[in-house]
Write a protein that binds this ligand. Structure first.
Ligand code: ATP
Ligand code: MG
Length: 405
């Protein structure tokens, strides 16, 4: 007997009142997009549930994909059988067999929307319960917190039997929460910040600064590979490459070393904000965590942040490194991130960056730079590319900004 469909529960979406319909539609779109390689599937939904009719497709592969979709609280594999108690018995035995552990407890929970069925819910519970006890050794009925709850729904179209509620990824459907520009380095933190933003339903575009020839093609590739990993939770992602060499060279030349980090970061923030405006984003996201390194003291963040009024979201601000690493491992970005290809900041890093930069001093020193023209040149030469589960060079859109507007 095969799993015939998967039932999806929405979770937090159910608290969305009037917006609920909109959220469910976005989730539907994300799920069908995620599952597009399966030809036979039929997805339908109502206010409370989504049903994925497998039509012979492999349940495990579909479940694997669903586990990467935000906005799903839980889901259950379902076996649909004809409306007969014998068929239901067979399905229940099969489902328990799949989940059997010696000493386990279970309960049968029957609902009947079709009242013409020959038995009522209590009778069905009893009939199916006793067949389980006869068939398996070392199993017992338990009403409160059983190991497995078998749900039986008797409807006109047949009997739907499910067990084993699988936890979904939670969060809100990507695309339900506006767009943020993710400042994506090749490090451990920023991909995790991106992941957590996606989790709350934001759409993200990745912005990466690189400084060839000081930074290698591998460092750029690493940032793109990290974007590929994130795209598993986002569908397609936009990757924006910003040439940063000239700005870093200029800073090295005219800015005292202890202020170079602060001013470098301010330039990154300005450029990100400029790109955000052109791409209709609402926020900037970075991977800063308080106290982690010199640029991540409050004084430093304030001096860097002072170049914009745009909300700068820092999903990792209060997290310990060990917890960030934990998430990075779970989303499979950790191994990539620790590859030793340095990004632009490390290459030009000072040995003694100011941890408490003075705002006025920063502004004074910055006058030595031609901020406007440096920015304009960088913006004119950005490259924009869409990245989905694999980097497709054919897909690369090497457009300058002007063409994009
Ligand atoms: P990460 O692990 O994300 O690199 P980090 O702990 O190494 O973070 P920093 O190098 O100080 O910290 O960078 C702080 C944040 O600035 C990063 O999380 C990222 O959001 C942004 N950032 C740093 N370098 C780059 C870059 N080359 N391109 C885009 N964003 C960057
Ligand atoms: Mg870094």
């Amino acid at each position: 007997m095969e799993i015939t469909e998967i039932m999806v529960r929405y979770g937090e979406l159910s608290t969305k009142g009037k917006n609920k319909k909109k959220f469910i539609k976005i989730l539907y779109k994300n799920i069908t997009n995620k599952l597009k390689r399966f030809d036979g599937l039929k997805v339908s939904y109502n206010r409370d549930r989504m049903h994925i009719n497998l039509n012979g497709e492999n349940a495990e592969s579909v479940i694997e994909e669903l586990q990467e979709v935000f906005g799903i609280q839980s889901f259950s594999p379902v076996i649909r059988v004809e409306r007969s108690v014998d068929a239901a018995k067979e399905a229940v035995i099969q489902l328990i067999e799949n989940n059997y552990v010696p000493g386990m407890s279970f309960k049968i929970n029957t609902r009947r929307s079709d009242h013409t069925f020959e038995y009522d819910t209590n009778e069905v519970n009893r009939l199916l319960g006793s067949v389980v006890e006869e068939h398996f050794k070392n199993i017992h009925v338990k009403m409160k917190n059983p190991t497995a709850t078998i749900r039986v729904e008797i409807r006109k179209r047949g009997i739907f039997i499910s067990v084993d509620t699988i936890k979904g990824r939670g969060g809100l459907p990507v695309g339900s929460g506006g767009t943020g520009m993710l400042m994506l380095s090749g490090g451990i933190d920023s991909p995790v910040a991106g992941y957590l933003s996606l989790k709350r339903g934001m759409r993200i575009e990745a912005i990466h600064f690189h400084s060839p020839p000081y930074t290698s093609p591998q460092a750029l590739k690493k940032a793109k590979d990290l974007t590929v990993k994130l795209s598993r939770y986002a569908g397609e992602l936009t990757f924006i490459e910003v040439p940063f060499t000239e700005i870093q060279e200029q800073i090295k030349k005219v800015i005292p070393e202890e202020y170079s980090m602060t001013i470098t970061r301010r330039m990154m923030m300005r450029l990100t904000d400029e790109i955000r405006i052109k791409r209709n984003g609402l926020a900037i996201i970075n991977g800063e965590s308080l106290g982690q390194v010199a640029s991540q003291t409050l004084e430093s963040m304030a001096a860097i942040n002072a170049v914009t009024n745009t909300p700068v979201l820092r999903p990792l601000i209060s997290m310990d490194k060990i917890d960030i690493i934990d998430i990075a491992k779970k989303i499979d970005t950790y191994e990539l991130a620790i590859q030793p290809f340095e990004d632009c900041c490390t290459i030009f890093a000072s040995n003694r960056p100011k941890t408490k930069p003075k705002m006025q001093k920063v502004a004074d020193l910055e006058r030595a730079l031609d901020v406007e023209s440096l920015m304009q040149k960088a913006i004119e030469n950005i490259r924009i590319q869409t990245i989905s589960t694999e980097i497709n060079e054919q897909n690369e859109i090497e457009k300058q900004f002007a063409n994009l507007l």
